[in-house]
Each structure stands twice: as structure tokens, then as C-alpha cells.
Design a protein around this ligand. Structure first.
Ligand code: HEC
Length: 135
């Protein structure tokens, strides 16, 4: 048992280091995009605003509907939606000018800042999902 741990630890550290520059880049770019396009409503801390703008912090919606979250970032959304037991129903405008990479960066930022810990959001997978969004 102890022997096995000796091997696992350096391996885990090694893979974390290899991913780091790309992750940091996504995260930092994502933060700037978030401040510019999202924080007006969802607030810098991701708390949302009353019953008008839903929170991103620990939002169960983000865990249950990860694919849809990518779509709403670019295309917006309207209709009722429930986040952590509270209902919201205001239209959210999307940001259609965001590229696939920028959507991946924003997603990386919000998922890893507001209590979801999903790691980097792969730009290829994000692009595939964005093609499936209903416009
Ligand atoms: C004009 C205000 C506004 C802006 C700007 C905005 N949102 Fe929203 N957002 C909303 C509203 C309102 C909803 C609920 C939509 C509904 O009821 O259909 C929502 C829903 C969401 C949800 C799903 C619900 C939740 O809280 O988990 C996520 C995730 C989200 N927004 C992320 C973003 C991101 C990322 C950006 C920036 C690219 C952004 N929003 C920009 C108002 C906004």
C-alpha cells in the first residue's frame, strides 16, 4: 500500500504541471471575459442578484445541465429555470460573438471559480456541443 502511494504522488504532480500553463491561460482569459460579459448580472463573486439573476456559486443547474450552459453562454436563454430550489424567469441575452475557444475559457473560469471543480473545458468538445445548440 505505502509503496503504491510513492508512485502515484509524483505521477499526479507531473500531470498537474503539464496541464498548468494551458489551464492558467484559459482561466485568466475566462476571468476577463466573465468580468466583461457576465458579471453585470451574475456579479463578480457569482452570487447573482436577488430573484432576478440566478447564482453560479454552487448552482446545481450548472452541474445538471453542463451542455446547456455552453449553449446559453453563446445564444442566451428564456423560460423558467430552477437553481438550488429557486425559480428564475428572466431572459438572458447570449454573447454570439464569442468564439468556441472563448466559450471554453468562460466555462473553465465559472466551473472552477464557483465551486464546481471540473478542470479545463476542452475547446474541441465545447465546439461540438455548440454545433448542437438550438438557435
Ligand atoms: C443581462 C443579464 C445577464 C447577463 C449579462 C448574463 N446572464 Fe446568465 N443568466 C441571466 C438570467 C436572467 C438567467 C436565467 C435565464 C432564464 O430564466 O431562462 C441566466 C442564467 C444563467 C445560467 C444558468 C443558471 C445558473 O445560475 O446556473 C448560467 C450558468 C449563466 N447564466 C451564466 C452566464 C455567463 C457565463 C454569462 C456571460 C457570458 C452570463 N450568464 C451573462 C442573466 C444574465
Amino acid at each position: 500500500m505505502a509503496n503504491r502511494l510513492y508512485w502515484l504522488l509524483p505521477l499526479a504532480l507531473l500531470s498537474a504541471c503539464q496541464n498548468e500553463p494551458k489551464y492558467t491561460q484559459y482561466y485568466n482569459e475566462g476571468q476577463q471575459l466573465y468580468e466583461k460579459h457576465c458579471s453585470n448580472c451574475h456579479q463578480s463573486e457569482g452570487t447573482g442578484l436577488g430573484l432576478v439573476y440566478p447564482p453560479l456559486v454552487n448552482a446545481d443547474y450548472m452541474d445538471a445541465h453542463a451542455d446547456e450552459v455552453l449553449c446559453l453562454i453563446r445564444y442566451g436563454r428564456k423560460g423558467p429555470l430552477t437553481v438550488n430550489g429557486k425559480e428564475y424567469n428572466q431572459p438572458m441575452p447570449g454573447v454570439p460573438l464569442l468564439t468556441d475557444l472563448e466559450v471554453a475559457e468562460v466555462a473553465t473560469y465559472i466551473y472552477n471559480t464557483f465551486g464546481h471543480e471540473r478542470g479545463i473545458q476542452d475547446v474541441k468538445e465545447v465546439g461540438e456541443q455548440l454545433k448542437r445548440c438550438e438557435k
